[in-house]
Design a protein around this ligand. Structure first.
Ligand SMILES: C[S@@+](CC[C@H](N)C(=O)[O-])C[C@H]1O[C@@H](n2cnc3c(N)ncnc32)[C@H](O)[C@@H]1O
Length: 399
């Protein structure tokens, strides 16, 4: 048994981290090292001391557990100050940016050994990543949003109002167009001929592509009309791709709204025409010119835990409960906007919603210290959106 463990460890490679220390270790340092080696298995890491350095051979680690234990040991053995060998070691580990994940552990060696595809980068280049958007002619020069539009909620037709804005002046567009389902909007007929519907929303989206910055994003929340067999999310994605935007991916917004008709089965207990039911919507994500959006890392307000959770692209968020209060039939829940803003934009970025409704996007943007602009065709909704901006608490996380 012991033999087999030893062989396993010998076969595993480790990533050496070298801390220069041109002296003998103190007795407290030796005690901490030995305690650590007792707490963690040798397959995670082990130390070697030579004349001029301490080498930490690292294979895998639960970093927060390790940090916790190390802090306690430093307290116990009274090792203080920010420049001792252990804090140096922790900094080194934290600075390693490439690792795999196995449960709570970070894997520093062999983590991509089991990848099925070898030479991924070369193969990507051969296939041509986002080939449909490579020959764009977007300008890389970004512009400031004119002062008179900053933090404004405007009533009007977005296709018209947007003509007043310069190219490349908005960091993130987040929106949900009307879905053409026949909902009761105040000043918009929802439910026209499909071609007319797409002409109208594409006129707005074309302007959005123009005004979004190089490296900026457009994220569209949309629900296909399954009962008409119209895959609106695919048609919209095709439109953006034809207009040279990079399709970055898709988030499934699981609403868990089981009030979809359970009595409508299509063909009951028969494969002749079963009717499928959906409790989710889609968020389609597009980038202009570049997948990277430049920004000051000090202005990123997403926490590590939020990031880890939200990059899994299926979000379970309940639908908005206050639609009656605002008398609007299709509002965003605030949590959805928070997650989009923190994952895809920096503080101080300009956020724009061309179908702003009663202003959930603009309200949450203000709350999370972004600049904003929102447009809706309905005067009544615009007034409510403006009211919602009063007394906004600047917050870091919503419940
Ligand atoms: C799905 S709702 C958006 C609701 C919004 N996300 C919220 O949380 O309140 C779509 C909105 O688009 C507006 N709308 C429709 N056509 C428009 C246009 N051409 N320009 C601006 N707004 C428009 C409607 O009045 C409606 O409020």
């Amino acid at each position: 048994m012991i033999e087999s463990i030893v062989t396993e460890i010998q076969n595993n490679t480790y990533k050496p981290i070298e801390i220069n220390i041109d002296r003998e270790l103190t007795s407290q340092e030796i005690d901490i090292i030995s305690d650590l080696e007792n707490i963690f298995p040798k397959s995670d890491f082990y130390f070697i001391k030579n004349r001029v350095s301490l080498i930490f051979n690292l294979r895998e680690i639960d970093l927060s557990f390790f940090q916790n234990k190390l802090n306690k040991l430093m307290n116990t053995y009274q090792i203080n100050g920010s420049d001792n060998i252990f804090t140096q070691l922790l900094d080194h580990i934290k600075n390693i940016k490439s690792y795999g994940l196995k449960g709570n552990k970070r894997l520093y060696v062999d983590y991509n050994k089991e990848r099925k595809v070898k030479n991924r980068k070369a193969k990507e280049a051969e296939r041509g990543v986002y080939y449909y958007a490579q020959d764009h002619n977007f300008s890389k020069k970004n512009n400031e949003l004119p002062e008179e539009f900053i933090n404004q909620v405007i009533c009007g037709d977005s296709a018209e109002i947007l003509k007043k804005l310069p190219d490349n002046c908005v960091d993130l567009v987040f929106t949900s167009p009307p879905y053409n389902f026949g909902l009761d909007y105040e000043n918009h007929k929802d439910g026209t001929d499909w071609n007319e519907y797409f002409d109208k929303i594409f006129a707005v989206f074309k302007e959005c592509i123009r005004i979004v910055k190089f490296g900026g994003r457009i994220i569209v929340n949309v629900q296909p009309l399954f009962s008409d067999y119209i895959p609106i999310h695919h048609i919209i994605s095709n439109f953006f791709m034809k207009n040279k935007m990079i399709w970055r991916g898709e988030i499934l917004w699981e609403k868990n709204n089981y009030n979809c008709k359970y009595t409508a089965w299509g063909s009951w207990k028969s494969p002749s025409n079963p009717y499928m039911k959906y409790t989710w919507e889609f968020l389609e994500i597009f980038c202009k010119g570049d997948l990277k959006h430049k920004g000051d890392s000090n202005k990123a307000d997403i926490t590590g835990d939020e990031f880890k959770k939200w990059v899994y692209a299926k979000w379970s968020i309940a639908p908005e409960r206050n639609m009656k209060e605002y008398d609007h039939p299709a509002m965003f829940p605030e949590k959805l906007v928070e997650q989009i803003l923190k994952l895809f934009s920096f503080e101080n970025d300009v956020i724009f919603d061309p179908f702003n409704g009663v202003g959930t996007t603009t309200k949450v943007a203000k709350q999370f210290n972004r600049k904003f602009i929102g447009i809706d065709i309905s005067e009544e909704y615009t007034k409510k959106a403006k009211d919602r901006l009063k007394n906004v608490d600047h917050q870091r996380t919503l419940k």
